[in-house]
Design a protein around this ligand. Sequence first.
Ligand code: IPE
Ligand code: IPE
Ligand code: MG
Length: 251
Amino acid sequence: MQSDVEKVNRELGGRLPKHVGIIMDGNGRWATRRGLPRALGHRAGTERLRGIIRVSSDLGIQALSLYAFSTENWKRPKNEVDALFGLFMEYFTNEVEALHANRVRIRMLGDMEALPGNVRAAVRAAEKKTAKNDGLRLNVALNYGARAEAVRAVRAIAQEAVMGALIPESIDEAALMAHLDTGGLPELDLLIRTGGEQRLSNFLLLQAAYAELVFVDALWPDFSDALYLSTLRDYAQRNRRFGGLKPDGEE
Ligand code: IPE
Ligand code: IPE
Ligand code: MG
């Protein structure tokens, strides 16, 4: 796999995305198809993280944003939610040391205040420990929803206005984007969803304004490093126009 990463690096060079988002969907179906409880699908899904993070980091992708738990996922049965939070605890307890050694910088997207205390403490500790790292920026969206994020941003801006720190006329697109949970990160270039569904499910709606979308049929636990590399090749072929026109001579 290492040699494949080198090959893709040589091949794609400057056409790699700076910021990749992934909606990691399909864990439940992966388990159900094997006659296993859904929680085991989530565990298998967690085991894919190491490879995808490693490939992203080795390729020099600047930021990777992973959708781990949405604001709507609280609707699931309590035993599934509990199993997911158990896995998050395990992940942030066991993996942070290795991520830190690889200079990965962790940041949470979403509302951490509503999380169980132990999970909140674990994710805050992971952020703090890795805050000064200069490698891949790994963003984990936990209790994240784009609409809730927009509400937090609007509240923060309104608060600054009330305090007299800004006037409404000075609020521009850059100020709005800076107040989102992803403030300061590079533009989202590529958004991948595994599991075959073709929807965004409240993930990074504003950030995805000009992202390239790739929908992959593979269920998340089956999303191999090789499939990820082929998705990146697919992205590199895309013709991004941002509302403008292509360079002369191109269609
Ligand atoms: C995605 O897998 C993981 C989370 C939403 C936490 P799902 O659990 O949604 O898997 P499917 O879509 O039911 O197969
Ligand atoms: C999106 O998947 C959320 C995550 C992957 C964390 P869902 O399975 O919750 O999305 P829907 O319900 O199919 O839209
Ligand atoms: Mg799903």
